[in-house]
Design a protein around this ligand. Structure first.
Ligand SMILES: Nc1nc2c(ncn2[C@@H]2O[C@H](COP(=O)(O)OP(=O)(O)OP(=O)(O)O)[C@@H](O)[C@H]2O)c(=O)[nH]1
Ligand SMILES: [Mg+2]
Length: 258
């Protein structure tokens, strides 16, 4: 008796191409933030952020050493150029090195990096190009925020929405995620000298909204320092720096700048 011939049926080889994960870079501008920058860098979730870049904007303290010790890549030329120039430098680095998304956090710790996944989610789901963290959207929070800031951020947001013609709940927050493909739109030009200081952040939000890009606000917690930390809650100077956040909305709203 002959034994039955075993026929082995081979499963067809189907190559399932895994979609490459978008590469995310976190940018923390820092100017004399000392040990606070270490806490910020350490809190960046490593499962969704590949690299954290601290742009040391000419600090005269140990900001760079703390950032490096915490595992960040430190950029900077030893001079102070302003927070806008620092963010732009981080974006340039991300573009040159093939990243897809950047997340901007405060080097002073007001924007807890643990919340980065909330900012990334709408971009990863294909629903946003710019995600703005909002303390005033339902579910958002602000801890220890001085009354002057409550008044200032609310008033500023109202003016911003009026000039922009699009309603937002928190225009003054710098906690955001940006899909780098947004900058393929040549009408958004961060590479202008007048944006070097506090102007760049409102400029970007204003332009993205006006040009009808996908902008989504997500609720976040903004944390002001403890009273007994003995540190100022902001480095912004009254009037001079308020003008710097106001002028982009005025200039763009009136069509005086691009
Ligand atoms: N004021 C100021 N901040 C800078 C500069 N360069 C980098 N930074 C950093 O940019 C962020 C801006 O901080 P602040 O000036 O306190 O402004 P803020 O909007 O009240 O605070 P954040 O929530 O930290 O953005 C901090 O992380 C600073 O360390 C600069 O030239 N001036
Ligand atoms: Mg800010």
């Amino acid at each position: 008796m002959t034994s039955p011939v075993k026929v082995q049926i081979e499963k067809p080889f189907v190559q399932t191409e895994a979609k490459p994960q978008p590469r995310v870079l976190c940018i923390a501008p820092a100017w004399n933030e000392g040990e606070r920058i270490k806490r910020v860098v350490e809190a960046v979730p490593q499962d969704c952020v590949e690299t954290t870049v601290v742009v040391d904007d000419g600090s005269v303290d140990s900001t760079s050493a703390y950032a490096e010790a915490a595992g960040a890549l430190v950029l900077g030329d030893g001079n102070n150029h302003g927070v806008g120039a620092a963010i732009r430098r981080g974006i340039d680095y991300a573009m040159t090195n093939g990243y897809d998304i950047v997340v901007v956090v405060s080097g002073g710790g007001k924007t807890p990096p643990e919340q980065i996944p909330r900012l990334l989610a709408p971009i990863l789901q294909g629903e946003a190009e710019l995600v703005q963290g909002s303390r005033y959207k339902a579910g958002g929070e602000f801890l220890r925020m001085p009354w002057r800031r409550k008044f200032g951020t609310r008033g500023y947001t109202l003016l911003f929405s009026l000039f922009c013609g699009r309603r937002v709940t928190d225009a003054s927050s710098g906690f955001r995620a940006i899909k780098l493909s947004l900058f393929e739109d040549q009408r958004i030009n961060l590479w202008q000298d007048w944006l070097d200081r506090y102007e760049l952040e409102p400029y970007l939000l204003f332009k993205a909204l006006r040009l009808r890009h996908q902008v989504v606000e997500v609720p976040v917690t903004i944390e002001y320092p403890q009273e007994d930390d003995g540190i100022a809650y902001t480095k912004m100077r009254a009037l001079v720096d308020w003008w710097k956040i106001f002028r982009p909305i005025l200039f763009l709203g009136l069509g005086l700048k691009k």
